[in-house]
Write a protein that binds this ligand. Sequence first.
Ligand code: TXA
Ligand code: MG
Length: 317
Amino acid sequence: MPVVLPDAAGLHRAAELLRAGSVVAFPTETVYGLGAHAFSEKAVAEIYRLKNRPSWNPLIVHVPSVGEARRLAAVWPAVADDLAARFWPGPLTLVVRRAPHLTVAGAANDTIAIRVPAHDVALRLLEAAGLPLAAPSANRSEGLSPTTAEHVVRGLPDVPLVLDGGACRWGIESTVLDVTGDTPRLLRPGALSLRAIREVTGRVALPDEVADGAERPSPGMGKRHYAPRARLLLADEISQVERTFVLAEPVGLLALEGEPAQDTEILGADPEHYAADLYAALHRLDDRGVATIIVQRPPATEEWLAVHDRLNRAAAR
Ligand code: TXA
Ligand code: MG
C-alpha cells in the first residue's frame, strides 16, 4: 500500500520522492493534492500523466509562506498582500503575474496560481522538500475530488505515495481569485466565501458563463468535472425526477434534509457542512454501486455558490 502516516519517516520518504522528480499525494485543508516540484518539467509531466489531465489546464503552486509566493510573482499587488494577510494559510488561491524566469506547465499566458495551504502536513511537506509544489486535486481528470487518503488510492491506484492526514476539513477546493486587474475576479468559487473576500477587497467580479472548449479565464473550469461514476441529476423536488425520467437503477439520493434511508445521504442545510461532506457522500454512493444519483438542489443563495458550481458540473454530460 502506498499510504503512509505523515510522521518523520513518512515525510522524509515523501520529500525524497519529490526531490527525485516523482509525485506524492498529500492532505490539504480543502482536498488531497497530487504534488510535484512545480518547476521540474519531468515531475509536472508525471502529474498530468497520472491524472490524465489535459495539458492546457494549469496547476496551482503551493508554497509555505507569503514571502515564497512573492518570489514567484512578477507583480505582487497590494490587494494580494491584504488577502494573504487575512486568509493565508487558507483556502484561497491567487492568480498573479508570473516572475519572468519561471515557466509553468499548462499556463498559456504569463500568470501563475499560488496558495499557502492551511494544513500541518502540507506545510511540513513543503518545508521538508524545500520545493514549491504544483498540486491539483489527486483524482483522475473530471472525476470526484478526494477528501481522504482512501479516495486517492481508489482513484489513482498507481500513485507512488500518499501521506494520510485523515479527512479534509473543508472538503471542497480553494476559491481561485485573479488579482492581475483593477477589480479582483472570481475564477472558481470555493471554500472561502465571497462575502469574506469582499470584506477585504470590496467589489469582486463574477465569472461569466462560457461554453466548454471556448476561451475561458480559468482553463480548468470545463463544463463536466467533479463527476461520480453514477449519472447525477439535479432536482428541486426529488419526487419530480422520479416521475419524469426513466432512471437507471439502483437510484441513490443526496438530500439536504429528510429521513435516513437506504442509499440516501443527508448533508444538512448549512452550506459549509454540506460542502465538507459532499465529495465523500458521492464517493459513498458510487461505492454502493448506484447507477443514478438524484441531488436535491440547494437554495439559490450566494453562500451555496461553490456547491452549485460543483453539482452543476458533476451533472453535465
Ligand atoms: O483546493 C485546491 O485548490 C486544491 C488543493 C490540492 O490545493 N487544488 C486544486 O487544483 O483544486 P486543481 O488543479 O484541481 O484546480 C486548479 C484550478 C483550475 O481550475 C485551473 O484552471 C486554475 O486553478 N488555474 C491554475 N492556474 C491558473 C492560472 N494561471 N490562471 C487561471 N486559472 C488557473
Ligand atoms: Mg481538481
